[in-house]
Ligand binder design. Structure first.
Ligand code: GLN
Length: 483
């Protein structure tokens, strides 16, 4: 069976197989392995087959896009017209979206097929997928371990071959960290590159959608379709979308890559560090020039993020009130009771924790001390990157401090869970693009390397990752699955 988005696209174009056949293959794998992995909240079999038939007709009519007929999975926070969009929350368990997110619209007009909606941390809050109303996703490499979060279902689905590509969102690392934990490739674009219209909001100034796939080449294909201006998202960029697949064969000869000393310091697992160093040597052999750089305010990123993200989520989530969307408590005695019990029963513990902290940080008298202060620190973090990019083209480091941890290992310690995002969060605060690609294993679990680019240099990231993937085969490894 063809495994990558690129192979499927080529096979369809060459008439080697039909979209209906490929879609049936994936649906069969989902039926076999999803019960143990729990990657999907909803599987849309009938819709997928109807879309596949349409795609085959479109190809027969000679009007195909590269993605026409390619089956994909979507994180369950992208609104999908007529299909349940739960955000992995009890409060939206019964919510059928009445329209498509821009990202979904784009995939639909390209003729891609939707296999289903993937599991995630509730409202994208988490680093392990343990905060889902529908239960945790199992890491396909070792099912006792987490897949990462919040887009864990999408990452695990690609790793397990239940979909060749999938969408995700990244507010503080939710594409890159699960990509690293599951051994797949994922890219978080520049803030504003992909429309947030119809993407259920967590922290609006940080959220950004992006793709997961096995390789940078596949991500380039998917991102070309996801990205682009949309007037319904006022922060969406008008910059033209480059032809990413056409810009990835340039090699890395002479490319200046900076290693932040702060990313290779205390807290980084030593075996994981050794794997990253081997990957750096590979890039050096390919002609990249490696140098040390400093991002001195790295240590401020987690506290800054947890003020900004929680403040914004407390405001965004106020719309879930039991009146307009989703879950409503039984027999409310009055309006206040309806609000309190619908929200109290509908939201999970982590979401409530964040709404409480965010509301506190935004309250009169504390706003200046927390939110305003956090915005000032955010500027300092951004300035660190701008300074670094005056001497290097890309920045490289680990995606996570360690490999995927065991399910349950960190659930009682939110701070230790929050520290997972130490290398990923600062990019969201600065609005920069970043990606994670697999570069080896520690104790049988995948290691992800992070590449960080300057604003709108997604092509530069994809090109460097593709160069590395041309001479290594970590991205081709697949886990052995048990039913
Ligand atoms: N792990 C981070 C959090 O819990 C980031 C989540 C995300 O990127 N959506 O907020």
């Amino acid at each position: 069976m063809a495994k990558s988005v690129t192979e499927i696209s080529r096979g369809l174009a060459a008439g080697k197989f039909s979209s209906v056949e490929v879609t049936q293959d994936y649906l069969a794998r989902i039926a076999e392995f999803n019960p143990s992995l729990n990657c999907f909240i909803s599987v849309t079999d009938e819709l997928a087959l109807a879309q596949a038939r349409q795609a085959d007709d479109r190809r027969a009519g000679g009007e195909a896009d590269a993605l026409t007929g390619v089956p994909l999975a979507h994180k369950d926070l992208f609104c999908t017209d007529g299909v349940r969009t739960s955000c992995a929350s009890r409060i939206l368990d019964n919510f059928i979206a009445p329209y498509d997110a821009k990202v979904i619209e784009n995939f639909k007009s390209a003729g891609a097929v939707m296999l289903g909606k993937t599991n995630m941390d509730e409202f994208a809050m988490g680093s392990s997928n343990e905060n889902s109303h529908y239960g945790c996703v199992a890491n396909p490499w070792n099912t006792a371990h987490v897949p990462g979060g919040s887009s864990g279902g999408s990452a695990a689905a690609v790793a397990a071959g239940l979909a060749p590509g999938a969408s995700g969102t990244d507010t503080g690392g939710s594409i890159r960290q699960p990509a690293a934990f599951c051994g797949v490739t994922g890219i978080k674009p520049t803030y504003g590159r992909v429309s947030r219209y119809g993407m259920i909001a967590f922290a609006s100034s940080l959220d950004q959608g992006g793709p997961f796939a096995r390789s940078a080449e596949d991500c380039a294909l998917l991102l070309r379709t996801m990205a682009g201006f949309d007037r319904r998202d006022s922060t969406c960029s008008e910059q033209a979308v480059p032809d990413y697949p056409a810009s990835i064969g340039r090699g890395v000869e002479g490319l200046k890559i900076g290693l932040p000393v702060e990313y290779f310091a205390e807290g980084l697992d030593s075996k994981l560090a050794a794997v990253i160093e081997t990957a750096v040597d590979e890039l050096r052999r390919l002609g990249a020039e490696i140098q040390d750089i400093s991002l001195p305010n790295t240590g401020l990123s987690i506290p800054t993020y947890y003020v900004v993200a929680m403040a914004e989520c407390s405001s965004n989530l106020s719309r879930f009130d039991g009146v307009r969307f989703g879950y409503r408590c039984e027999d409310p005695v009055d309006l206040e009771d309806l609000y309190k019990r619908s929200r109290g029963e509908g939201f999970g513990a982590e979401v409530k924790r964040r709404i409480l902290i965010g509301t506190y940080a935004l309250s009169a008298g504390y706003y200046d001390a927390y939110y305003l202060k956090a915005q000032q620190l955010r500027r300092m973090i951004k300035d660190d990157f701008q300074k670094a990019f005056s001497s290097v083209d890309l920045i490289l480091g680990p995606t996570t401090p360690g490999v995927a941890f065991r399910i349950g290992a960190k659930t009682d310690d939110p701070v230790s869970m929050y520290l997972q995002d130490i290398y990923t969060i600062s990019l969201n605060l600065a609005g920069l693009p970043g990606m994670s690609l697999p570069v080896g294993f520690v104790d049988g679990l995948p290691v992800g390397m992070q590449l960080i680019g300057n604003y709108f240099d997604e092509a530069g990231l994809l090109n460097a990752a593709h160069s590395y993937q041309q001479v290594t085969d970590w991205h081709l490894q697949t886990p052995e699955l048990k039913v």
